[in-house]
Design a protein around this ligand. Structure first.
Ligand code: NJP
Length: 218
């Protein structure tokens, strides 16, 4: 059975690749995304050690239930890959307040929901590894990435502190700060863009969109 991994955002992109690599290494993987079918399809159907579950990370109760089901069924959660996230791309003033809050709801509070659901199971066994996918944008911000960076800076601060609280209880933590990866991240399937038109930013925003379109898929 290997170790038991719980991966969020495993229907596509980095989460899917991590889930796949863990399966290939002989681990048992509970792979989640908002649709369990999407996870299963991405992994090419059924697999003995793959358990696909639906989890929208903004739903704290669902996160608790996925963690309980995983620990109940397999006796442990050895590795949590807290990966699910997306980007609100564009200039700060072009975002509604609701869009900014949605960014934090998923990237920060959603990621916290999953960690809060899993930590008790790891504490009970005095063992575990939490891997949190942050971003280079959690360390350095640039125009067009203000809102996304704000959410990932928050993830960095939270996780740097939480890691120290977990360490004495035998739980290791890893914060990952990737640069640009060739996933759906910059695609309109995943990313959202500021919706408010502000003439002062129009030219810069057009240049930024051209940059995103060029980077998408590369
Ligand atoms: O993105 P993408 P990545 N609840 O769009 C899921 C960070 N990062 O793999 O439900 C649950 O291909 C979504 O699932 P679905 C980035 O911030 C990336 O690149 O089917 N799941 C899908 O599986 C993120 O933290 C780059 O829509 C939710 C997955 O998340 C991580 O890497 C650079 C969800 C997104 O797959 C993985 O992103 C960087 C929700 N509410 C950091 N919302 C980069 N790619 O360049 C979304 O610095 N998902």
């Amino acid at each position: 059975m290997g170790q038991v991994w719980l991966v969020t955002g495993a229907s596509r992109g980095l989460g899917h690749e991590i889930a796949r690599a863990a399966l290939d290494a002989g681990e048992t993987v509970v792979a989640t995304a908002r649709s369990a079918d999407a996870v299963r399809d991405a992994c090419g159907g059924r697999h003995d050690r793959l358990h696909a579950l639906a989890l929208d990370i903004t739903d704290a109760e669902a996160a608790r239930s996925v963690a309980a089901e995983t620990a109940g069924r397999f006796g442990a959660i050895d590795v949590l890959v807290n990966n699910a996230g997306y980007a609100e791309l564009g200039f700060f003033e072009t975002f509604t307040d609701a869009a900014v809050r949605r960014q934090f709801e998923v990237n920060l509070f959603g990621t916290m929901n999953v960690a809060r659901a899993v930590a008790p199971h790891m504490r009970e066994r005095r063992s575990g590894l939490t891997v949190t996918i942050s971003s280079i944008s959690g360390l350095v911000a640039s125009g067009g990435g203000a809102v996304y960076s704000a959410s990932k800076f928050a993830v960095e601060g939270w996780m740097e502190g939480f890691a120290q609280e977990l360490a004495p209880l035998g739980i290791r933590s890893l914060l990952v700060e990737p640069g640009m990866l060739r996933t759906d991240f910059m695609d309109r399937k995943s990313a959202s863009f500021g919706s408010i038109h502000i003439p002062d930013y129009a030219e810069a925003v057009a240049q930024y969109h051209a940059f995103v379109d060029g980077a998408n898929g590369n």
